[in-house]
Design a protein around this ligand. Sequence first.
Ligand code: GLV
Length: 308
Amino acid sequence: MSLIYKADPVRGAEWKALLAQKAPDLPFHIWPETGDPAAVRYLAVWEPPPDMMSRFPKAELVISVGAGVDQFDFSRLPPQVPLVRMLEPGIAQGMVEYCVLGVLSLHRHLVDYVANRNAGRWAQIRLVPADRRRVGVLGLGRLGEAVCRKLAGFGFPVSGWNRSPRTIEGVTCRAGADALPAFLAACDILVCLLPLTEETRGFLNAELFARLPRGAGLVNAGRGGHLIQPDLIAALDSGHLSAAVLDVTDPEPLPADHPLWLHPRVLITPHVASMTRPETAVDFVLETIDRHRKGLPLAGLVDRRRGY
Ligand code: GLV
């Protein structure tokens, strides 16, 4: 009855040390080590191994080490093997920090000051009070909700959009396709935290940008696949959008000669908004395995029809 880990090996070594203390009876292997494949019951993976089910025919439970599950091909996972997304609190904390960083960078004109620094130009830009900067968050799951709450604390008028209705105190929440235009029309800074699904691929496109107020900024901390990159570049070049902060791109890594790197109105970070924290991730995995063994409902269980 073993657990396989397949993700960043440095953090894997931390998982190993933590599991040795917390669950000494659970055999644990870091990919490509697997021990006896027939003994593998549980997998904690970022990208699933090819032919996971033929390699580990007795696998019973798969846990994504990340919050997203778009890297899984659901058709290769038999329906009786639950797929769970990582819900450890460290991910939300990292995402809150990053989205605050992105929103404040746009709010406080950091893109302009980086350009001015490079040109040796001292030029003050007038401040916009937070209560006049409307921030909108696409996707009100755990991460989106935590981000909305923190942003509201700065005094920004915060609204959120989600596929299905949500309520968050102090945040104007809208739901469904019909409500999207009104939501976008009131976003001076738009933050994307949607899951990547067939419905949301290419969501950040020319049509959506056209619905934002002139001069709006974008933070994408979802997935690179949400964004139609040429549409963003066109919107920035025309001045309709003022700047973008991107943590995710397509492809990753972004090739060195990609136009996004060179665009003066774009800040890029290499998919680091949030990182699963071994301490809390191991607790979540052990709790999930325990609940699975007892036949209890699993937190973070992926609905494969919905895609997250
Ligand atoms: C990282 O992108 C994650 O899905 O946790």
